[in-house]
Design a binder for this molecule. Structure first.
Ligand code: FMN
Length: 434
């Protein structure tokens, strides 16, 4: 590992250090550094930097590596590079990732060790499930997956608004299709069940969930595409998400209309009930959540709440990206702001939170689990969504900007805030109602 010249310098240094033990500390430092040849010093620095960078929490990830990646890549190239690095194991680790019990979430009859989830769209094809869990997420949602492979919209289709910590995307459900993701999940399952035959969750992680987000093909059937998703992925999921809110598939958001949504979700629930159960535990069938847009009026939100209750689904994720452009609040100017697609990241937060509060108004009389998403980038944002009624939260864009230590950072911020308030996460969920 060390070059011979470096080893020799180290020896010399150590020797000199003992020989000069009676001299002042100033002269010890002087004599221990100067004899090192320049190349050895460089190697030592590189080694130190390497070790420092290995920790996902190091500031160097957010302030050096992420900006460098942004400088040298387009948004889509950066995304692909991130997936490749995670897949190849080339990512910094969390050397200790203990979730304090005050972060525990009671949800769907199980315990989630922390309330921070990776939202759909980052790992569309289920390639980096375990690396994401290793980075501290309590919940990882893969997808959206469409039944048949489809390329999505032509590039460019992903744009950074770096000054706003935001992005616009119009990927349009680029998906490798059910079969490829299924093959990947089957391989993962067979591999992990041998190592961990007593696992209780499809995530194969203690108190962490693997969720699978289902989409429809551009020219697919607006009911059957989702039913196929339930049949294929139900056995591998700790939760299934019905995505009817991507702004980039023509007509998709119309599925949020009350009669269409009640019809779709009722069929999805029936299909889920007909499953033989999850592979990991045949006595359990995955909860169903629907993911909705932030661009809804109050009557639309009320009607979605009614559909969800009538169809007896288990939860609602709010929200997907927005088609709004809060121009006066954006620092980024120019044509990029008007690119078609969905805006996510910091500017989405007030829009999503406002819609979320309305959703809470129409669901607090039910057992529906609400999941907050949209512009969450720190512990304060997560707590705001929790107090407004989110049982847990998800994020994506902030991860792209802040890098691999983000989940851990947010968990630490929430833990310290909860300790100050003398409450647990579950005690603050919906506390704004009171
Ligand atoms: C590049 C990109 C691709 C996305 N793809 C999907 C998707 O396939 N399915 C989905 O339900 N949401 C998708 N989303 C939406 C995110 O899951 C999330 O709801 C949204 O970005 C808001 O959260 P954020 O502000 O933390 O990013 C995507 C978001 C981005 C930025």
């Amino acid at each position: 590992m060390f070059s011979s010249s470096f080893r020799q310098s180290l020896k010399n240094t150590l020797f000199k250090r003992s020989a000069t033990s009676s001299t002042s500390s100033k002269s010890i430092i002087h004599s221990s550094i100067l004899p090192l040849p320049k190349s050895s010093l460089l190697i030592a620095c590189a080694l130190g930097l390497g070790i420092y960078s290995l920790d996902a929490r190091s500031a160097i990830n957010e302030y050096v590596y992420c900006p460098l990646i942004r400088f040298f890549t387009t948004a889509e190239q950066g995304h692909i590079l991130g997936i490749h690095c995670l897949k190849a194991g080339l990512y910094p680790r969390l050397f200790s990732d203990f979730d304090d019990k005050i972060l525990n979430v009671n949800v769907f009859g199980k315990i989630l060790s922390n309330p921070i989830g990776m939202a759909a769209g980052f790992d569309k094809h289920g390639e980096v499930i375990d690396p994401l869990f290793n980075l501290g997420f309590g919940y990882v949602e893969i997808g959206s997956i469409t039944p048949e492979p489809q390329p999505g919209n032509p590039a460019p289709r992903f744009f950074r608004l770096s000054a706003d910590d935001a992005v616009i995307n119009r990927y349009g459900f680029n998906s490798v299709g059910h079969l490829e993701v299924l093959a990947r999940l089957k391989y993962r399952f067979n591999n992990l069940i041998n190592k961990n035959p007593n696992a209780e969750l499809n995530s194969f992680q203690k108190d962490k969930f693997l969720a699978i987000n289902l989409g429809k093909n551009k020219t697919g059937d607006e009911i059957n595409d989702y039913l196929k998703g339930v049949q294929n992925f139900g056995p591998y999921a700790d939760a299934l998400v019905i995505n009817v809110s991507s702004p980039n598939t023509p007509g998709l958001r119309d599925l949020q209309n009350e009669s269409k949504l009640t019809n779709l979700l009722t069929k999805v629930v029936n299909e889920r009930n007909n499953l033989n159960g999850e592979l990991i535990n045949p006595n359990i069938k995955p909860p169903i959540l629907v993911k909705i847009a932030p661009d809804l009026t109050e009557p639309e939100i009320a009607s979605i709440a009614k559909s969800a209750k009538d169809a007896k689904i288990d939860g609602i994720i709010l929200s997907n990206t927005t088609i709004q452009r809060p121009i006066d609040k954006l620092i980024t100017k120019g044509d990029i702001v008007n690119e078609n697609g969905g805006l996510s990241g910091k500017p989405l937060k007030p829009i999503a939170l406002k819609a979320f509060k309305l959703l809470r108004k129409y669901t607090k009389d039910s057992n529906l689990v609400l999941v907050g998403c949209g512009g969450i980038s720190n512990g304060k944002d997560a707590i705001e969504f929790a107090k407004a009624g989110a049982t847990f939260v998800q994020l994506y864009t902030a991860f792209a900007y802040q890098g691999p230590g983000l989940a851990r950072k947010i968990k630490d911020e929430i833990t310290s805030e909860l300790k100050k308030e003398g409450k647990t996460w579950m005690e603050i969920v919906g506390s704004d109602d009171k």
